[in-house]
Design a protein around this ligand. Sequence first.
Ligand SMILES: C[S@@+](CC[C@H](N)C(=O)[O-])C[C@H]1O[C@@H](n2cnc3c(N)ncnc32)[C@H](O)[C@@H]1O
Length: 431
Amino acid sequence: MNLTNARVAAALILASVLNKDGSLTTHLHAHRQHQQYSLLQELCFGFCRWYFQLDAILQTLMEKPMRGKDLDVKCLLLLGLYQLKELRIPDHAAINETVKSATLLKKPWAKGLINGVLRQYLRQQIEVNAKTDQDPIAHYAHPSWMLDQIQNQWSQHWQEILTANNSRPPMTLRVNLSKTSRQDYLHKLQQAGLSSHAGSLSDSAVYLDVPQPVADLPGFTQGLCSVQDEASQLVASLLELAPGQRVLDSCAAPGGKTSHILECEESLAQLIAIDMDKSRSERIRENLDRLGLSAELVIADAADPRSWWDEVAFDRILLDVPCSATGVIRRHPDIKLLRSAADLDQIKTVQLKLLRSLWSCLKPGGLMLYTSCSILRQENEEVIALFLEHNNNAKHEAITADWGVKCRFGRQLLPAIAGQDGFYFCKLTKL
Ligand SMILES: C[S@@+](CC[C@H](N)C(=O)[O-])C[C@H]1O[C@@H](n2cnc3c(N)ncnc32)[C@H](O)[C@@H]1O
């Protein structure tokens, strides 16, 4: 198989994602040295972002669905439609290159089919688009269960959420305020010819007008900035850090919040960062090394404190739970293909278990911050409600802020076009 061709590599990656065999991030990481990496990335992200729309279009163009064993050919067809509909590649080049890819996939019989379907789409584009656009799943390009959840839970905001989910995410930086000021860093970016502007929620956030490789950011290797969404940058200040505290960052990898905590408070007594994933934990070390920071890293199941805890209670615990990631769909559009409604119950059980287990590690008078990059209430306020029902020594502390939506428990930021990701925050204190 000729994987040096970006369309062939994309078709194979996407067939794996549709088979729920690995995430897009993992597959793209394996191809990071690909000669046509930008095109490969563009094709894969666009395909996932618009899959439910492209698939509806394909169904109107084909008399019968593709056989399961030809999922790779179906992916080529959808990639062809994506190029014709959304990219500035000339139509003839998009069609020719996609048709040629069938031979490279060792399925030359599909050349005529791909050529015919893509040319038919070009001829009937206006009518076909208008027809498929009437179906909300195709129009909003989200799976039906997710569309229902978002519409039901966010009746005032659902259209903005879905539009933001389908937008290209901004590249947001966190200026290291222990080394420089945001004003100075904005100036450095300007001198480097990179236009940018300050965020409005966090005093360390800077938005680049055009995403850049990190190597091109001034002072990146010296630790002047990190890449982090603006919503996540609010976490450290909500922890109310002070010198001498013992802090636990559970579920810490790749360490975005671990490093921010250390930048914000240099005189902590101790910071322990736990994650159960060894390879993701290595990224915490890399991030800390670049920023010249240190923390105690533990690879363990945070929900089993007997395996890692010395029984000295923490003043602060950050619990940034694993979740559906429905607040960061624009950064990981494969979530729309990989997640199902059935996953939510299982995720909620894990979240509740982590919360209940880690509660025992918090000092009386201590503060736990529960956060997630989900916008679904089952993983956020419902977890907190279940927890509070059985824990008389836990008190919910309202977050007073001029951002986000106040929930029964905690506060929710929703994803915004060119702004922050969707993110949930809830403060709990121990009586
Ligand atoms: C949302 S990510 C954390 C992001 C991180 N806090 C940051 O800001 O960079 C969730 C993490 O939880 C970890 N995780 C999931 N279940 C865990 C468990 N039981 N114990 C420890 N870590 C866990 C995953 O490996 C994943 O790295």
